[in-house]
Design a protein around this ligand. Structure first.
Ligand code: SAH
Length: 254
């Protein structure tokens, strides 16, 4: 039997946002690899082995999954959200590029999932209705200086910005610095959305402004959307406000 590797996105939360394709890939696997808390979201199945690993060990986890697949197993390597967004699919490609020739011949599938920015956006309206970008605030794998240049460029060019990995115990000041940077380009009233653990039992979504945005309102499970100058908030009686970015931009639409 020849092995295979599926890099599977679990979506943001529970089974409702797991695609049927991802569900099928999980069911047919002999072995599951992933960050422990993500593996805990996949129900146990008899005959299937589970290989949890720590958050920081992406390269080693990808290599272990590739080795297991090359030995003949059907392996599923899981990611939260989409595996191609700040997650395991790129880690697997890095290992394939630098690793054993046999890995290039493996049957490899990347199974997409709903990424956090889409899940958060859907909760509040349509903040990503016009041009947008995604930036990870983690400076583990890139210098902070580069992140600041990207924030300047994105805000200056009128993109709505989704901020992944906003804060952690090891990175306590970066989100505050990012808000400060964005305040140079954007009006104080620019809408900001905090979406925490969307799709899970402890979900929390809040809409505020760039002026009032507090880094302490975010944790590792939070995705932040910072609007552009075109992003608007529609108040609704008795209902949460709608946040959206119109589909069209005027000539000076930054
Ligand atoms: N591959 C994942 C992102 C991994 S980076 C995806 O496509 O969603 C991890 C970051 O994603 C977190 O720090 C947070 O910013 C965001 N995130 C992941 N799941 C989330 C959820 N359910 N709700 C809000 N943000 C989430």
């Amino acid at each position: 039997m020849s092995g295979s590797l599926a890099v599977v996105g679990l979506g943001p939360g529970g089974p409702l946002t797991l695609t049927p394709e991802a569900s099928a890939a999980l069911e047919s696997a002999d072995a599951l690899y992933g960050y422990g808390p993500y593996l805990d979201r996949v129900p146990a199945r008899s005959g299937q082995t589970r290989h949890p690993s720590d958050n920081r060990e992406e390269g080693a986890r990808a290599a272990a999954a590739l080795r297991h697949a090359a030995a003949g197993a059907r392996v599923a390597l899981i990611s939260g959200g989409d595996p191609g967004v700040f997650a395991m699919a790129a880690a697997v490609c890095e290992q394939i590029e630098g690793g054993s020739e046999t890995w290039r011949k493996l049957d490899l599938a990347i199974v997409p999932g709903i990424t956090a920015m889409l899940a958060v956006a859907a909760r509040v309206g349509a903040p990503l209705g016009h041009d947008f970008c995604a930036i990870s605030l983690s400076d583990n794998l890139k210098p902070w200086d580069l992140i600041e240049r990207r924030l300047d460029a994105a805000a200056g060019a009128g993109f709505v910005i989704a901020l992944y990995n906003p804060i952690s115990r090891a990175r306590p000041w970066q989100l505050g610095a990012a808000f400060e940077r964005l305040r140079r380009h954007l009006a104080p009233s620019t809408p900001v959305v905090f979406g925490r653990a969307v799709g899970r039992a402890d979900e929390k979504v809040a809409v505020t402004s760039l002026e009032a945005a507090e880094p302490s309102a975010a944790d590792m499970a939070t995705l932040i959307i910072v609007g552009s100058s075109l992003t608007r908030v529609i108040a609704r009686p008795g209902l949460a406000p709608l946040v959206y970015t119109p589909r069209s931009a005027p000539e000076a639409g930054t």
